[in-house]
Ligand binder design. Structure first.
Ligand SMILES: [Zn+2]
Length: 235
């Protein structure tokens, strides 16, 4: 018997189905337009497909958007090319020689000519170091101001998971965040700090967030729209 017969339509293909201890179903459209479904442990295939079917319009709209949006441009490390840092496009200058592989003057990047073959790694190393410095400062600032405690800060290379908070109080942030404007970094920092007290995304959690950052919804939508550009374009 066809388990989807009740719907009388072609089921929408689910590319990735993850069952976990959760109470609700989440639909995630990946950057390539594929559909990931996160479902409660005991939810049946029929109910999952029914849920997906009920959100068909939304899924098609998001898939069309994902496929229509141009992919971020791959970097070539050329003189004059720009690189994001704290939400600003900063131009690159290739220099004959300098003590450090990559330096930042406040309005320009200088990359030593000899480092061109490994320019990508040099940039990532620089972004990671900046991410640790910038984010540590913001974590300390918001923790002190709002009475949060944390144990450790870790810098990851996650692509779309901007931050996370472990049960032992380790806060993780991707280096890509340091490409975003300062207010967006602050939002992710406060979001993870708030998780040290409220582990879930309950109304209580969002209420606490709004108390600290009344404008936080603007930053959520900024990340949704621009997050894919926080990259060097080849990862
Ligand atoms: Zn969260």
């Amino acid at each position: 018997m066809n388990p989807f017969g009740i719907l009388l339509v072609m089921p929408i293909p689910i590319d990735h189905l993850i069952h976990s201890r959760r109470k609700t179903v989440a639909l995630i459209i990946q950057r390539d337009g594929s559909l990931t479904v996160r479902a409660p442990l005991r939810m049946s295939a029929v109910h999952i497909q029914e849920f997906v079917h009920n959100h068909e319009q939304w899924i098609h709209k998001k898939q069309a958007q994902a496929q229509a949006a141009p992919p971020p441009l791959k970097k070539h490390y050329l003189d004059g090319e720009t690189f994001l840092y704290l939400g600003k496009e900063v131009p690159l200058t290739i220099v004959a020689r300098q003590r450090f592989a990559l330096t930042f003057s406040g309005y320009k990047f200088h990359l030593a000519n000899s480092n061109l073959p490994k320019a990508r790694q040099v940039f990532i190393r620089w972004y990671k170091a900046q991410a640790l410095a910038v984010i540590s400062e913001r974590v300390a600032f918001h923790a002190e101001k709002n009475g949060f405690t944390w144990r450790k800060i870790r810098i990851s290379s996650a692509r779309t998971r901007w931050g996370s908070c472990s049960t032992n109080g380790t806060l993780s942030f991707t280096w890509r965040l340091v490409l975003a404007p300062p207010e967006v970094i602050d939002y992710v920092v406060v979001h993870e700090l708030a998780h040290t007290q409220i582990k879930n995304h309950s109304p209580n959690f969002w209420h606490r967030l709004a108390e600290i950052l009344p404008e936080f919804k603007r930053h959520v939508s900024w990340l949704k729209k621009n997050g894919r550009f926080l990259t060097l374009g080849d990862d």
